[in-house]
Design a protein around this ligand. Structure first.
Ligand code: PMP
Length: 381
């Protein structure tokens, strides 16, 4: 099996699973219980929070909220901050190429009376800085975009955006960082909040964090016993949170070698595909090397995914999260791509442990699929 769908989810590390199992069997206590076992777990959670702040190089303004994943982190940050800031202004800004957990939350806020405006994106899928500048005014309280795009892999100009927003101290700048952690250099301190999901960096599903400033000001979206600084009530999932800290440490420790491996392997695959006439690489050249969006114009993405599956090569159409919502080809549409290219697009996303043998097997299968689709659909590529 050759797994090329790491942007959808990654394989959890063995020792992350072990740590989770061990915690569940030996240290299953509730960190809010007053007995010594509970206190011990509370201490472990505090330590995990501190470690995470260190791994992410966060300054003292940030706190860490453990969540069920980036969908929840995005919801807490966007809804919580918009509600808190609405007395200062009601305009909120994002782009049309965000993940549904951001787009749909922003649209829900619009339904609640916020004034939602979309920042333009350039042809290569980057947030258009000039458009952002034009939209900024005294009524803007929230700006959000992703760090690395999950469909195309382009990197958004976080530094530039952050610099521009310095002139607008009322604005909360939220970044959806899911696809970048441990694979691209990042300075989270440039944002006011940042979301991550553990399963995108070889941790467990149903586990994430929100790194956020001004935690005391944020309005909760889940009410109850007041856990997680009162922002996210519910019994704290200690085993999952500690496993997240472990996955993060491992990712951080291997950052340099991972970046090197991803660059070398991603570039090799890209150069290989580039040689095929009629096959179009949609990811811009300066996108991250580990996400590659490719179209065989005239051939449906689903057909290609099935064709590769026959060779036990698992990749996806646009993104696993949005494949249930066909309207979410918005990234590709916003980049001005035609319907034929959009419908024929597939996404390959690699992990650092992809072996040279697997790359060779992929090339072999690619060659066969190329010939098959040409033959089957009688399409002149
Ligand atoms: N943002 C981005 C950019 C993503 O790629 C994803 C997951 N595909 C999410 C948010 C949501 O993460 P989760 O499904 O783990 O909540």
């Amino acid at each position: 099996m050759i797994y090329l769908d790491n942007a959808a989810t990654t394989k959890p590390n063995e020792d992350v699973i072990q740590s989770y199992t061990q915690m569940n069997t030996q240290y299953y206590f509730n960190p809010n219980s007053p007995h010594t076992a509970g206190v011990k777990i509370a201490h472990l959670i505090d330590k995990a929070r501190e470690n995470i702040k260190q791994y992410l190089n966060l300054n003292d303004k940030f706190d860490i909220i453990f969540t069920s994943g980036a969908t929840e982190s995005n919801n807490i940050a966007l809804q919580g901050m918009a509600q808190m800031k609405k007395r200062f202004g009601k305009t909120i800004l994002t782009t049309k190429i965000e993940h549904p957990s951001v787009l749909e939350t922003m649209r829900a806020l619009e339904d609640q009376g916020f004034n939602l405006k979309y920042i333009n994106t350039t042809k290569d899928g980057k947030l258009d800085i000039e458009s952002l500048k034009k939209l900024l005014n005294d009524d803007v309280v929230l700006v959000t975009c992703m760090h690395v795009n999950n469909i195309m892999g382009q990197i958004q100009p976080i530094e530039e955006i952050s610099e521009i927003l310095q002139k607008y101290p009322k604005v909360h700048f939220h970044v959806d960082g899911v696809q970048g952690f441990g694979k691209v250099p990042l300075n989270i301190n440039l944002a006011d909040s940042y979301s991550l999901s553990a399963h995108k960096f070889h941790g467990l599903k149903g586990s994430g964090i929100l790194a956020i400033t001004q935690i005391k000001m944020i309005q909760p979206i889940i009410f109850g016993g007041g856990q997680e600084y009162g922002v996210r009530s519910g019994t704290v999932n200690a085993p999952v949170n500690i496993a997240l800290a472990k996955a993060m440490r491992q990712m951080n420790d291997r950052k340099d070698e991972n970046i090197k491996a991803l660059t070398q392997k991603g570039t090799e695959i890209r150069s290989f595909i580039e040689k095929y006439e009629g096959v179009r690489i949609n990811s811009p050249k300066d996108a991250v090397p580990y996400i590659l969006n490719v179209s065989f114009p005239g051939v449906k993405g689903e057909v290609l995914v099935n064709a590769f599956s026959k060779y036990e090569i698992y990749l996806s159409t646009t993104s696993a999260c949005s494949s249930k919502k066909s309207s979410h080809n918005e990234t590709l549409k916003a980049m001005g791509l035609s319907n034929m290219i959009i419908e024929g697009s597939i996404r390959l996303s690699i992990a650092p442990d992809l072996t040279n043998e697997q790359i060779e097997a992929f090339k072999d299968a690619f060659n066969k699929v190329y010939k098959e689709v040409k033959e089957l659909l009688k399409y002149e590529l």
